[in-house]
Structures are given as structure tokens and as C-alpha cells.
Design a protein around this ligand. Structure first.
Ligand SMILES: CC(C)(COP(=O)(O)OP(=O)(O)OC[C@H]1O[C@@H](n2cnc3c(N)ncnc32)[C@H](O)[C@@H]1OP(=O)(O)O)[C@@H](O)C(=O)NCCC(=O)NCCS
Length: 204
């Protein structure tokens, strides 16, 4: 089983390492910095995104390993439209409820938890040791950073970025393209496009 990862970044390395631990046998990177960039850690970079599009048939799966939410989502949608198989990559020591739903190209890293009846769109990241509790709704392209706690019944709009170690109170609605600063405690709804920081979180 051979996986292509688009985006030879640090985040991409975690995707690759997680995939190998989850049972994929080989990982090959693609990145638009190729041919200047030829390796990412122990993995090789085989070409740019055009090369990837031309060699989709060689891979059982493709995942986008790009941290930027908007770019990751756009590339994921392009690959889906081209007919790429886009699996979810779940670390063997993450806990994902069989009653949760994860969209194409989602990644769930070591120690993370996704609880019952939560639904994640395409290209979401549940990073190391983050948790998404029951009945949450995460739209496409959301990134839950390491150590972040999302309580039950929270909804998070497209491409929002929930910073490292933040927590979000139950039932809160976070808009699209929101940035939540590291360590923030979100206790009220956040409108689209806002950046909030602090305890309790306030717009900056
Ligand atoms: C919120 C954030 C996006 C703001 O970044 P920025 O626009 O570059 O802001 P700056 O660093 O210029 O800081 C602006 C002000 O906000 C404050 N601030 C920044 N981040 C803050 C945070 N998380 N909590 C509280 N205050 C914060 C700064 O101290 C500064 O205050 P000052 O004007 O009184 O000096 C960023 O600091 C942050 O928290 N990012 C999350 C990082 C993360 O989770 N990474 C994980 C990667 S997997």
C-alpha cells in the first residue's frame, strides 16, 4: 500500500510517520518546491503537484500534508475532483469512535480522541493529543492544534484554526476562517474571520 503526501513540510512528516504506523507500507512526497527540494526527513520528494496528478494511478491513497487550511482544502478538493482516493489517516494510538464520521483526507495524530457522533468534513487535522468530544461539527479544512480540547456539541466553521492548548466550551459556535490563539478559553460564539486570544477569549 503506497501513499502519496502532497506537501513536504514538518506537518507532512507527521502525516507520513502516522500513515506508516497505521499500516501503509510506503510514503512518497510531492511538493511544488521540487526539483530544488528532493527529500523530507527520511522520505523522498518525487515531483511537484503536476507530477502527482499524472501519477495518481500508482498510489492507493493521497493525503495533503499542508498546514495552511485554505491551501490544504483547495488541493484536497482538486485531488477529489481528479478522482484520487483520499483516505483518513488515523494513528493506532488515537481513539476515534466508530460512530464518528471523518471526511476525505482527515488526519488524526497520536493520542488524539474523536468522540461519538462527531462529524468532520474533508481535510481536517486533529493534531497530537487534541480531543473533539461528542456531537461536534467540524466543517472542511479545520485544524485542531496539539493539546486542544473541544467540548461536546461545538460547531467550527470552514478552515478555522484552533491554536495549541486552547479549549472550547460545550455548545459554542465558531465561525469560518477564525483563528483561536494558543491557550485561549473560548466560552462564547465567535463570528467569521475573527482572531481571539486569552482567557476568556476576546477578539484582537
Ligand atoms: C493568536 C496568534 C495567531 C497571533 O499571532 P500574531 O498576529 O502574529 O500576533 P503577535 O504575536 O504579533 O501578538 C499580538 C499581541 O497579541 C498577544 N498574543 C498573541 N498570541 C496570544 C495568545 N495566544 N494569547 C494571549 N495573547 C496573545 C501578544 O502578546 C501581543 O500582545 P501585545 O500587543 O500586548 O504585545 C498567535 O500568537 C497564536 O497564538 N497562534 C497559535 C499558534 C499555534 O497554535 N501553533 C500550533 C501549530 S500546530
Amino acid at each position: 500500500m503506497k501513499l502519496a503526501v502532497l506537501g513536504a513540510s514538518g506537518h507532512g512528516k507527521v502525516v507520513a510517520d502516522t500513515a506508516l504506523q497505521a499500516g501503509w507500507q510506503e510514503v512518497v512526497f510531492f511538493d511544488d518546491a521540487w526539483p530544488a527540494l528532493t527529500e523530507n526527513g527520511v522520505w523522498s520528494v518525487a515531483g511537484d503537484s503536476r507530477c502527482l496528478m499524472e501519477s495518481l494511478a500508482e498510489f492507493e491513497g493521497v493525503v495533503v500534508g499542508i498546514g495552511n487550511n485554505r491551501i490544504r482544502l483547495a488541493k484536497t478538493r482538486e485531488l477529489l475532483a481528479a478522482g484520487a482516493a483520499m483516505p483518513t489517516i488515523i494513528h493506532p494510538r488515537a481513539v476515534v469512535s466508530p460512530l464518528a464520521e471523518l471526511g476525505a483526507g482527515c488526519v488524526v495524530f497520536a493520542g488524539a480522541v474523536v468522540q461519538v457522533d462527531s462529524r468532520l468534513g474533508h481535510a481536517c487535522i486533529v493534531n497530537t493529543h487534541a480531543s473533539v468530544d461528542h456531537d461536534c461539527r467540524l466543517a472542511d479544512g479545520v485544524h485542531i492544534c496539539p493539546g486542544t480540547t473541544v467540548a461536546g456539541l461545538v460547531s467550527i466553521g470552514e478552515c478555522s484554526w484552533i491554536g495549541i492548548g486552547a479549549c472550547i466550551k460545550q455548545l459554542v459556535q465558531v465561525g469560518r476562517d477564525v483563528t483561536v490563539g494558543a491557550g485561549a478559553a473560548v466560552v462564547t460564539d465567535i463570528a467569521d474571520g475573527h482572531t481571539v486570544v486569552g482567557v476568556p477569549a476576546r477578539p484582537v
